[in-house]
Design a protein around this ligand. Structure first.
Ligand code: ADP
Length: 628
């Protein structure tokens, strides 16, 4: 007897959506149906373990096309459905994924973003994106009845009992008529079916078979008559490489997998294979490409890992699986317990995903730490290309990742003449050194020549030479390393003088207060302060800046923000003969002091690698002096 039933309103709505869908990835219907088939086999297999009336069998999923009838059939020998189950599972939308999908449609304007279909994974109903009629022939394992569910996706469906012999479920899709834009016939093509199985369902645990054309060996004398026959062939590889044990996979296999999947021609710099079992169970296979695949500040939208659940591909470029600063890592995560229909929106809030992401981050960083320790050369290579990312990770998040990342940074050391870590710097600090010193925006040669460097050299203190724009911003965010403060040789008190020496300069400063004030007035807003220096040995003057924005940072920021300004300090060496000269001039000839002031400031600018305020006037003054 054939019963006709009405779909529930909700179901109807979803069906309408599918039928009218202009969604461009209609092809996901096959992934959905295969995934249902695989679940059904799981269930049957599970039952066979406890119920002797349901024997285990050679499980398989078949995808077969009939070009003449324009049908595509997906069959499985899984658990099947009883009549009630047909009604409850296919006649009503009970499952959460589809409900959420519908709710999200209610919130958005109806057809605002049909792209979300693929993300929700609307299951069985997605068949209606490509089919005008769907038949489900199913036999519940252990029962003695077979039923046929038929729907044309309108407002009703029929269920009738059938005497056809099936073991499991056979779903037949009657493809829709081709349109100008969409050629539904394509889904009947062997190449397309193979492509979709490989693309979406390669790692489903059961064999997915389809008919494949094989070329016969030509008979003797009939070499130009090519004949073919069809063979049912398993298309999917079934066991994902990431689910295998580490010792079952060779490095070469991992490399080949990487190159093929992520379209690189070089082997990866590092491969990280993670199998976690416990509260959360997941596998991850992560790669660091040998060379960055795109520019550091290029398209960060390209970042993210692929997400699988139980071997079924769910989402590409899933950003929630990896923090932004690790944008360069390629790979995938396969979680055992995520629903197939999880959406990008839901992922963001999913606690499991958050845990996986933080775990993935930890694994990557510990692998980097391992490389740094065991293969310095490789790490140097890594850091040359990706160091900026690590630095960015330190800078971003208000330094919140300091503990995780501080030991992964390499910076150039003036003394060691190579890249070192902070811990290597600290190890070599002579007794009495408290701070970590750095100079930025200078080459090694320029840095060596700076007058501020003399005192540090005398003490044997090492100085980190920062070459990258982001370095100084990073150090400022970090503030210190294991309680050793970072100090720019151009900023603040360097702590280089002993108490007595410092006191002496403080006294001199007091005595010469008026002179310093006068010079400051001469220089107007060019400098914020004029002081007697505690960082110079032989040099006469240098430029430093108040805490906060440094002169180098100003140079970097100026491009975006012309208002960025470091507060400059002109420092004069009280032990330099020029200082005595200044005192003399101040007493005798205040007008001449003006000239001295601007001359000294220009010199300080030049030492810092900047232009004098008025280069021509400066050159003229030098000539005048030469003629004196
Ligand atoms: P989901 O698979 O996300 O639950 P679907 O709409 O795809 O949602 O399917 C609804 C239900 O129908 C499934 O949960 C399952 O119980 C049943 N079902 C679908 N396909 C099959 C199948 N091939 N064999 C047995 N049961 C199936």
């Amino acid at each position: 007897m054939k019963e006709t039933k009405k779909f529930k309103t909700e179901t109807k709505k979803l069906l309408d959506m599918m039928i009218n869908s202009i969604y461009t990835h209609k092809e996901i219907f096959l992934r959905e149906l295969i995934s249902n088939a695989s679940d059904a086999i799981d269930k049957r297999h599970f039952m066979s373990l406890t119920d002797s009336s349901i024997p285990a069998t050679d499980y398989e999923i078949k995808v077969e096309a009939d070009k003449a009838k324009r049908t595509l059939t997906i069959s499985d020998n899984g658990i099947g459905m009883s009549k009630e189950e047909l009604e409850n599972n296919l006649g009503i939308i009970a499952k959460s994924g589809s409900k959420e999908f519908l709710e999200s449609l209610d919130k958005n304007t109806p057809d605002s973003d049909l792209d979300i279909i693929g993300q929700f994974g609307v299951g069985f109903y997605s068949a209606f994106m490509v089919a005008s009629k769907v038949e489900v022939l199913t036999h519940k394992a252990g029962s003695d009845e077979t039923y046929k569910f038929t729907s044309e996706g309108l407002d009703s469906y029929t269920i009738e009992s059938s005497d056809e012999l099936v073991d499991g479920t056979v779903i037949t899709l009657y493809l829709r008529e081709n349109t100008e834009d969409i050629n539904y016939d394509e889904y009947l093509e062997e190449y397309k079916i193979k492509e979709l199985i490989t693309k979406y369902s390669d790692y489903v645990r059961y064999p997915i078979k389809t008919w494949v054309t094989k070329y016969d060996k030509p008979e003797k004398g009939k070499e130009d008559e090519e004949s073919t026959h069809l063979e049912l062939e398993t298309i999917n590889s079934m066991v994902p490489i990431w689910k295998k044990n580490k010792n079952e996979v060779t490095e070469e296999e991992f490399n080949n997998f990487y190159k093929q999947k992520f379209m690189d021609y070089q082997d990866p710099l590092a491969t990280i294979h993670v199998n976690v079992e416990g509260l959360i169970t997941y596998n991850a296979l992560l790669f660091i490409p040998r060379k960055p695949m795109f520019n550091m500040y290029g398209d960060k939208n390209e970042r993210g890992l692929q997400l699988y659940t139980k071997g079924v591909f769910i989402l590409d470029k899933c950003k929630d699986l990896i923090p932004e600063y690790l944008y360069f890592v390629k790979g995938l995560v396969d979680s055992a317990d995520l629903p197939l229909n999880i959406s990008r929106e839901l992922l963001q809030e999913d606690r499991q995903i958050k845990k996986i992401a933080s775990n993935v981050e930890k694994k990557i960083l510990s692998e980097l730490g391992r490389i740094l320790k065991n293969d310095r050369e490789k790490y140097e290579e890594f850091f040359k290309d990706y160091g900026r990312a690590i630095k960015y990770g330190l800078y971003e998040n208000y330094g919140g990742r300091k503990d995780k990342l501080e030991d992964l940074v390499l910076l150039e050391s003036l003394n060691e003449k190579k890249n070192i870590t902070f811990s290597e710097y600290v190890e070599k600090m002579p007794e009495g050194q408290k701070n970590i010193y750095f100079v930025s925006g200078k080459s090694r040669g320029e840095a060596e020549a700076l007058p501020q460097m003399a005192l540090l050299k005398k003490k044997g203190y090492d100085v980190l030479v920062l070459a990258d724009d982001v370095d100084e911003f990073m150090l400022q965010m970090m503030k210190d390393y294991k309680e050793h403060e970072f100090k720019s040789i151009n900023q603040g008190d360097l702590d280089l003088l002993d108490e007595e020496e410092a006191k002496k300069i403080d006294e001199q400063s007091k005595e010469n207060e008026d002179l310093l004030k006068e010079i400051k007035e001469d220089l107007k807003d060019d400098v914020a302060e004029v002081i007697l220096s505690k960082r110079l040995v032989d040099g006469a003057v240098c430029l430093s800046s108040k805490d906060g924005l440094s002169i180098e940072m100003e140079k970097v920021l100026k491009e975006q923000n012309p208002m960025a300004k470091a507060e400059r300090i002109l420092e004069i060496n009280p032990n330099h003969p020029i200082f005595a000269k200044l005192q003399e001039v101040y007493k005798d000839n205040k007008d001449a002091l003006k000239e001295y002031s601007s001359f000294l400031y220009d010199q300080a600018l030049i030492i810092e690698g900047m232009q004098p305020k008025d280069p021509v006037a400066f050159a003229n003054k030098v000539c005048e002096l030469m003629l004196k």
